[in-house]
Design a protein around this ligand. Sequence first.
Ligand SMILES: Nc1ncnc2c1ncn2[C@@H]1O[C@H](COP(=O)(O)OP(=O)(O)O)[C@@H](O)[C@H]1O
Ligand SMILES: [Mg+2]
Length: 141
Amino acid sequence: MLSKILVPVDGSENSLRALEHALFIAKSTGAQITAMHVIEHPPTVYVESQKLLNDLLSNYRKESTKILDKCKEMAQKSGVNLETIIAEGDAASNITGYAKQGGFDLVVIGSRGLGRLKEMVLGSTSNKVLHNTKCSVLVVK
Ligand SMILES: Nc1ncnc2c1ncn2[C@@H]1O[C@H](COP(=O)(O)OP(=O)(O)O)[C@@H](O)[C@H]1O
Ligand SMILES: [Mg+2]
């Protein structure tokens, strides 16, 4: 019933807490976990030149690898096998699309992430994923 879990991570404490929950579930169910990071492209109006955009993206890609390395380390400590995937573009639509395409049974996501405005219970990514994903979603606070 629960064989594939997708955990979207942006590197925030909240997303790593979501991963801890997923690892806990995986240990008792034997489910396979995939940690996914989406590199979000900055709005083009803010980027003055192609070079600046390329530099930004190259930094984001390095950061993305670091985030997923941290996830692998956490999984290793828990004795759980973890796969990773990096996508680029809109976070919510990539997460929702990958959950469907990969036949995941559960998405475990943080309620908030790296955004600075914390008044709302959900961030825009977790909100969209909760609304648009067909499988079950566990929102970790
Ligand atoms: N770029 C991303 N790639 C993968 N997961 C993400 C990304 N951005 C957000 N998430 C997931 O969504 C959760 C909520 O983040 P988000 O909705 O963006 O809130 P905030 O507005 O506080 O940043 C995070 O804890 C993480 O699990
Ligand atoms: Mg965010």
